[in-house]
Design a protein around this ligand. Structure first.
Ligand code: HEC
Length: 212
């Protein structure tokens, strides 16, 4: 027996007739503002040379990891002018819910993953935090993180937290992006030692043994 279909009730009972009538009524009410389909990110052929170059760059930075200092990393993480991490991420009681919550990130990511996430954010994008790019019927292109939706609108946030609303009926097409909202180039803004401090701090961020 399949639940949720008419086969759930014996044929020709009052219940089956009722379900049939309800379905008919439901189909008449199809809303013109139905939720737009968001297409998956375009597949791009991996550029082997670029990937190898990124790996070499990460290898170079990884050499600094053993000297990473979690206490220095915590300070830098909370420095909204220098690292800006806390302007996009929740960490315990502090921060902003735009990127993933990093409170217990050390429990699910290796040091190498964390390093890669900081230096090459677009190399692997955390689930449910993909940028959506929308083309409107009036020819505009808007993009950002999908932070909220109502029955007829979606709300996209920019990296600076500016939220734009778009009515479903104005959407021509929508697609996830391959590019992270997290800025590239952290390794140009921060020294290799500072990145190692951030990784040490995040790797230490685990729930206490024995549970919360
Ligand atoms: C403009 C907002 C923004 C800033 C600033 C920012 N991030 Fe992010 N971060 C994001 C978003 C959005 C994602 C999810 C997409 C992705 O994986 O790249 C993310 C992902 C991550 C991840 C991967 C999380 C996971 O679940 O794998 C880590 C680690 C991280 N950020 C650390 C940092 C650190 C450390 C800093 C400061 C040096 C920082 N971020 C600054 C927005 C930001």
């Amino acid at each position: 027996m399949k639940l949720g279909t008419c086969e759930a009730c014996p044929k020709a009972t009052r219940c089956a007739k009722q379900v049939h009538l309800m379905r008919k009524a439901d189909q008449r009410n199809v809303s013109i503002d139905s939720y737009p389909e968001i297409l998956p990110a375009r597949w791009e052929k991996p550029n082997q040379e670029q990937l190898a170059q990124q790996e070499r760059h990460l290898d170079g930075l990884a050499a600094f990891l053993p000297n990473g200092d979690a206490a220095r990393g915590e300070k830098l993480f909370n420095n909204r002018d220098k690292s800006k991490c806390i302007t996009c991420h929740l960490k315990g009681e502090k921060g902003v819910r735009l990127g993933p919550d990093l409170t217990w990130i050390g429990a699910i990511r290796s040091e190498r993953d964390l390093l890669e996430a900081i230096v090459f954010p677009s190399a692997s994008i955390a689930r449910y935090h993909e940028v959506v790019s929308v083309a409107t019927k009036s020819g505009k292109v808007l993009s950002g993180l999908l932070v909220k939706e109502t029955v007829d609108k979606m709300f996209l946030s920019s990296a600076k937290g500016v939220v734009q609303q778009i009515a479903f009926r104005d959407i021509e097409s929508a697609r996830y992006s391959n590019v992270s909202l997290m800025p590239e180039g952290m390794d140009k803004l921060l020294k290799a030692e500072e990145i190692a401090d951030l990784v040490a701090y995040l790797k230490k961020s685990k729930p206490p043994a024995g549970g919360l």
